[in-house]
Design a protein around this ligand. Structure first.
Ligand SMILES: NC(=O)c1ccc[n+]([C@@H]2O[C@H](COP(=O)([O-])OP(=O)(O)OC[C@H]3O[C@@H](n4cnc5c(N)ncnc54)[C@H](O)[C@@H]3O)[C@@H](O)[C@H]2O)c1
Ligand SMILES: O=C(O)[C@H](O)COP(=O)(O)O
Length: 525
């Protein structure tokens, strides 16, 4: 039974889902890094929010870990490259808290416009300072969105309901989509110059870090009000403090901070600043949504192989996972076969998907094929990081789909191009769900994959099979299966021998010395 750790405060809905699905679950929130490092190796999955940091060193000791599920959107607390390198899938729940967060942004905008927190505190203090608080209307004002994705778009929709004019800076927002949403797409400088309110809704990336810098703040309309419900690092906090002090910025409402938990911050204590402790996603509805989703997603992956909302793997539905599983195994084994026969650098990999194989999730199959291929010489490669490793090594990967042409309902062929040669191997999945090797170079054969095999190329002349069988018998290597193939009588031929147990080097050397043998290699699957 897979075991999952819930490391941040999640709705109890998550525990119930895990239990119902047959996943063992521990809830241990508020762990220090040292505490997490001590226990993380027990778990196949971890469910988190924004508090727990899944760093490189956590991943390094989490030997069983297969999936990190973020009950929420931002994954900047997860080292995705490290997870990818370790074959750990990172998932989030990209829509579960968007409405809630957009509503928080609108709430902060209103609080800022009418100084609600200060007025509330003053009233509670019995001061009745009716003349102290003079707000501004939202009606007719320009709202500048930096980032118009899921949350930004909902904010825009609500702001239009308040009769605001919405402009957005988002390089990835198409003109058509902007028009559909009733948003005016603008450049950043234009937005800074025109917006009465600016609200941030981008992820924190190297491009967006400090997008509201001192320089950007200097370009804003005097008296602008700023709302940040996205990520702390988007605003240069020291520059914002200076802009508030100079009156360039009339107010800021912040739910997120450069350092969290924010116990001390240069903006704290400033009455023009409204703060909430990263509450954007904190409603009963959103927390129920994200907890349910993340628990379902983690359970699905651990129990069925289905992948939803992963940031480092293509999606595969549960139904698809069932169908694609034996083909993934085939693709990986074909890759492993070709990889073990390849002793030089690889220039290109061409993968052909024919018939029923062409209708399956091609990205997953290609990732499996690449993983098998590269793992032969780089054991750290896995299905998740294989495309990246191939890219880093300059291996050109191409895929072709073709309708059924041959005798097999479906098959996969992997061609590996090296500076010396091009080697093609192909296989299929039989009705019993077992992958079969059906072609090596141009030679047709029919062989199952086994944990230990000997691959021999030889001249097709009488006497070879007997000598090989005798040698293996004499050296106590038990033959489980023996498959032969040749391009034409008397031509090049190959023998694939399934054996029980590892093949000793001395036996391989002896095979290589047999008459008619051109090469011999031990293969492992
Ligand atoms: N405060 C909270 O509790 C809370 C809750 C949920 C989400 N968030 C955060 O809100 C942010 C937005 O979430 P979302 O679901 O809308 O994400 P999203 O991916 O749907 O949208 C992000 C948008 O930012 C745009 N973008 C990317 N780089 C940009 C750049 N350099 N300049 C301008 N725009 C750029 C993208 O094109 C995209 O449209 C994330 O950082 C997320 O972590 C915070
Ligand atoms: O990215 C998110 O989903 C938000 O920042 C919410 O974070 P939380 O789950 O820690 O409240």
């Amino acid at each position: 039974m897979p075991k999952v750790l819930i490391a941040d405060k999640l709705s109890t809905a998550a525990v119930n889902i895990f239990k119902m699905r047959g996943v063992e679950v521990d809830v241990k929130t508020g762990l220090t890094k040292e505490e997490l490092l001590k226990i993380v190796d027990q778990y196949d999955g971890i469910a988190i929010r924004s508090a727990t940091k899944i760093t490189k060193d956590v991943i390094a000791v989490a030997k069983k870990l297969k999936v990190v599920g973020r009950a929420g959107i931002g994954v900047d607390n997860v080292d995705i490259p490290a997870a990818t390198a370790a074959g750990v899938i990172v998932m989030n729940t990209p829509f579960g808290n968007s409405i809630t967060t957009a509503e928080h942004a609108i709430a902060l905008m209103m609080a800022l416009a009418r100084e609600l927190p200060a007025a509330n505190a003053s009233t509670h203090a019995g001061k009745w300072e009716k003349n102290r608080f003079m707000g501004v209307e939202l009606y007719g004002k320009t709202l500048g969105l930096i980032g118009a994705g899921n949350i930004g778009s909902i904010v825009a929709d609500r702001a239009k309901g308040l009769k605001m004019h919405v402009v957005a800076f988002d390089p990835y927002l198409s003109a058509e989509s902007a028009e559909e949403k009733g948003i005016e797409k603008v450049e950043l400088d234009d937005l800074l110059a025109r917006a009465d309110f600016i609200t941030l809704h981008t992820p924190l990336t190297p491009e967006t870090k400090g997008i509201l810098s001192a320089e950007a703040l200097a370009k804003t309309k005097k008296g602008v009000r700023i709302i940040n419900c996205a990520r702390g690092g988007l605003i240069d906090e020291a520059a914002l403090k200076a802009a508030l002090d100079s009156g360039q910025v009339a107010g800021a409402a912040l739910d997120v901070f450069a350092e969290e938990p924010a116990k001390a911050n240069p903006l704290f204590g400033n009455e023009k600043v409204v703060c909430t402790p990263h509450l954007g996603a904190s409603t009963e509805e959103a927390q129920e949504n994200v907890a349910l989703q993340v628990a379902e997603q983690i359970s699905d992956y651990l129990l069925t192989g289905a992948i939803v909302n992963a940031l480092n793997m293509p999606s595969i539905s549960a139904q698809e996972a069932q169908l694609v599983k034996p083909w993934i195994s085939l693709a990986e084994k074909l890759g492993a076969f070709a990889g073990q026969l390849t002793e030089t650098s690889i220039q290109a990999v061409e993968i052909l998907y024919e018939g029923s194989a062409a209708k399956l999730n091609q990205r997953a199959l290609t990732q499996a094929a690449l993983a098998g291929l590269l793992k032969a010489h780089m054991p750290e490669v896995n299905m998740v990081n294989a495309p990246l490793v191939a890219k880093e090594r300059g291996i050109k990967v191409s895929e072709t789909r073709r309708d059924q042409q041959g005798i097999y309902e479906g098959y996969i062929q992997i061609k590996v191009v090296t500076p010396e040669m091009t080697r093609a191997v192909a296989g299929t999945v039989f009705a019993d769900g077992h992958p079969r090797l059906i072609q090596v170079k141009d030679i047709k054969l029919d062989a199952e994959f086994a944990p230990n095999m000997i691959y021999v190329t030889n001249e097709d002349k009488p006497g070879f099979i007997g000598r090989l069988g005798t040698l293996l018998g004499d050296t106590k290597v038990n033959i489980a299966n023996f498959t032969l193939g040749r391009s034409a009588p008397g031509d090049d031929s190959i023998a694939l021998v399934q054996v029980d147990g590892e093949v000793p080097q001395a036996v391989l050397d002896a095979i290589r010395k047999l008459p008619l043998v051109k090469s011999a290699k031990a293969l492992k699957f």
